[in-house]
Design a protein around this ligand. Sequence first.
Ligand code: CTP
Ligand code: ZN
Length: 143
Amino acid sequence: MINVSQIKKGIVIDHAEAGHGFHIYKALHLDALSDPVVLLTNIPSKKMGVKDMIKIETDFELNMDVLGLIDPYVTVNFVRDGQVVAKQSLTLPREVTGIMQCKNPRCITNYEKVDAVHFYLVDEEKKIYRCEYCDAYTRFKPE
Ligand code: CTP
Ligand code: ZN
C-alpha cells in the first residue's frame, strides 16, 4: 500500500466513502490553504472495502457542517504533537447556514443578494433541505 507520513498536528478525515474525498477537498476549499494537504483515494479498508482519506497539517478549523453534509460517516481525527488527541464522528446537520443554494428559480435568494440562508433538514436519507425563505425543497449535491 502507498505509504503516507503521519502528520505532526492538524486533522485527518478518515473513513470517507470512496469518491467523496475530492468533493470534500473542494467543498472545504483545501486548495486555498498554504498548509500541507494529502488526499488519498481508494485506500483498502477492513471496514469499508475501500475508503478516501484527507490529511491536513494545519491550525485551521474545519467547517463540520460542510463535511457532515457530504459524508456524515467520516471520522475526524484531531492530531497534536503527532498523536490523535480526539476523534469526532459526524451526523447529517439538522440545519445549515450559508452552504446550500435554493433550487427554486423564483426564490428571492436567487435574484437578490441574501447572505447566510438557512436550510432545514426534511429528509435525512435523500439529504433534502427546506429553504427558510420560500419553503421549497432542495436536495444537497456536492459539486
Ligand atoms: N494519523 C496521522 N498522523 C498522526 C496520527 C494519525 O496521519 N500523527 C492518521 C493515521 O494514519 C490513521 C488516522 O490518522 O489513518 C487515525 O489514526 P488512529 O486513530 O491511530 O487509527 P485507527 O485506530 O486505525 O483509527 P480508527 O479506529 O478510527 O479506524
Ligand atoms: Zn428558497
